[in-house]
Write a protein that binds this ligand. Structure first.
Ligand code: P53
Length: 479
């Protein structure tokens, strides 16, 4: 791209992880069990559907990949040193709620859990790495699901509020950037993740989901309020699983469908960034007869405590059609959409669309005019180490390079405001969608396979040195 220019000074280059996908040590030092611990491996790992068995506990015969994961819990010093070697300016990670409140509703905190994150943040600071912390990344203590029904219950707002008070105070001066809920729109697609929802037969699932979403939105506004009160330096962001919808054809009904699908996702950010329920959502609730209880106080909180920035994950664009006959979906994606014939796909069928990132950045910027942060982007691929354990992952470098180019164009040619970029799974970790280790995103290879076997040894891939160069040149040298 001929117009490739410099990235802004202070641009936050880095990588992203989530507690349950890398920490392991699921019961160490008093940690409680969470929903993310009890999902097995495989495409069909979220079997919580109406009328079916609910999985709240470990079961014989199942392999739970998150139990040990890549054991970041015991390797964080080594891992952060490697991130520092790449020159990371920021490191995105999440807090496991059940390390701090093992059940979720207690008044006392688990000091060992709090101390662990304090050590991790201090380790980051030692190298000048700014932590970017997701308060909940798909995790919810099992106890809260069993005893309160997860986020369907209003009481969850209080428990989350308590968690926020504790972490904002404890980590004041160590953490400045916070994200309230990872991929908040995921609640509509995989409601057991994050929201801890399961349904009874015959229940109005749509109503339960939007009620739980309302609780999360209020909790997010409260988090923003508390974060600012505790430290005016704090910056709080929302987080969307993004990817603009394209109409399948120029037929206006397809355009309309694409708009509707976009709204289904942007709905959450409309509330978090603008401070009120958009009219189209109110009308939808009315039309579907959904009863979502909202107090005057809720609405005031939403209005007064909007987020400071909008963050999102981007893996691909999506395609919408009004034609019910069209069913050829992209594979292996919770957000499965129609297949786009103009795009290639990863080994897991996720379609690759770098220009779609520029389109998405512009769509979000046009909608909110708030600073943005790309907090996930990357290629899940099978890596084959050579006899020395080295992986030549040119495919990953190509993927990232093409996305960095369009990101650069969005900043320099379109004028969007972008704070930073953290690639997903900067060190290989467990896949959220399938539980596999085989689906790798990292610059650092971890010796562990789908069955949990391996030495956990860390080895730099070819992309490690490439990303190091990208960061050292502040994005000027991406060859
Ligand atoms: P995996 C689906 C679609 C888009 C984003 O996903 C998604 C998912 C969940 O699979 O989640 C985000 O590991 C999520 C991360 C996750 C990453 O995308 O299935 O925030 O936790 O690991 C990649 O390849």
């Amino acid at each position: 791209m001929s117009d490739y220019k410099k990235f802004p000074n202070g641009f936050l280059w880095g990588g992203a992880t989530a507690a349950n996908q890398c920490e392991g040590a699921y019961n160490a030092d008093g940690r409680g069990l969470a929903n993310v611990d009890v999902v097995p491996i495989g495409e069909d790992r979220f079997p919580i559907i109406a009328g079916k068995k609910k999985m709240f506990d470990f079961e014989e015969g199942y392999f739970y990949p998150a139990k040990e994961s890549i054991d970041f819990y015991h390797h964080y010093k080594e891992d952060i040193a490697l991130f520092a070697e790449m020159g990371f300016k920021t490191f995105r990670m999440s807090i496991a709620w059940s390390r701090i409140f093992p059940k979720g509703d207690e008044l006392e905190t688990n000091e060992a859990g709090l101390a662990f994150y304090e050590d991790v943040f201090k380790e980051c600071r030692k190298y000048g790495i700014e932590p970017l912390v997701t308060i909940t990344h798909f995790d919810c203590p099992i106890y809260l699901i069993e005893h309160y029904g997860g986020w369907r219950n209003r009481k969850m707002i209080d428990f989350y509020e308590r968690l926020c008070h504790v972490i904002f105070n404890r980590y004041k001066g160590l953490v400045k950037y916070w994200l309230t809920f990872n991929e908040i729109n995921m609640i509509l697609h995989a409601p057991f993740m994050g929201a801890g929802l399961y349904f009874e037969t015959g229940e109005n699932e749509e109503e339960v989901k939007y009620r739980a979403a309302h609780h999360e939105l209020v909790a997010s506004a409260l988090a923003t309020k508390i974060a600012h009160e505790v430290d005016p330096e704090n910056k709080v962001g929302c987080m969307l699983a993004a990817g603009q919808y394209y109409p399948n054809t120029p037929n206006p009904v397809d355009y309309w469908q694409a708009m509707e699908e976009d709204r289904e996702n942007y709905f959450f950010i409309d509330v978090q960034a603008r401070g009120e329920y958009p009219n189209y959502a109110k009308k939808k609730f009315e039309k579907l007869g959904l009863n979502i209880e909202m107090t005057q106080e809720d609405l005031e909180l939403l209005k007064e405590h909007t987020v400071d920035f909008v963050s999102f994950s981007y893996y691909s664009s999506r395609v919408a059609s009004a034609d019910p006959e069209l069913t050829e979906k992209t594979a292996g994606n919770i957000f499965a959409s129609l297949k786009n014939p103009y795009l290639k796909a990863s080994e897991w069928g996720w379609q690759i669309d770098p220009l779609g990132l520029r389109i998405t950045l512009n769509a979000i910027w046009d909608r909110y005019q708030k600073p943005m942060f790309i907090v996930e982007n990357g290629l899940g691929a099978v890596d084959t180490p050579d006899e020395n354990g080295y992986v030549e992952d040119d495919y990953r470098i190509d993927y990232l390079r093409e996305h960095i180019k369009t990101m650069n164009a969005a900043i320099n040619e379109d004028g969007v405001e972008l704070l930073g970029y953290t690639t997903w799974g900067c060190i290989d970790l467990v896949s959220a969608g399938t539980g596999e280790m085989k689906k790798r995103y990292g610059f650092i290879y971890v010796d562990r396979d789908n069955q949990g076997k391996g030495t956990l040894k860390r080895t730099k891939k070819k992309s490690f040195d490439w990303y190091k160069k990208v960061i050292a040149s502040n994005g000027s040298d991406i060859d």
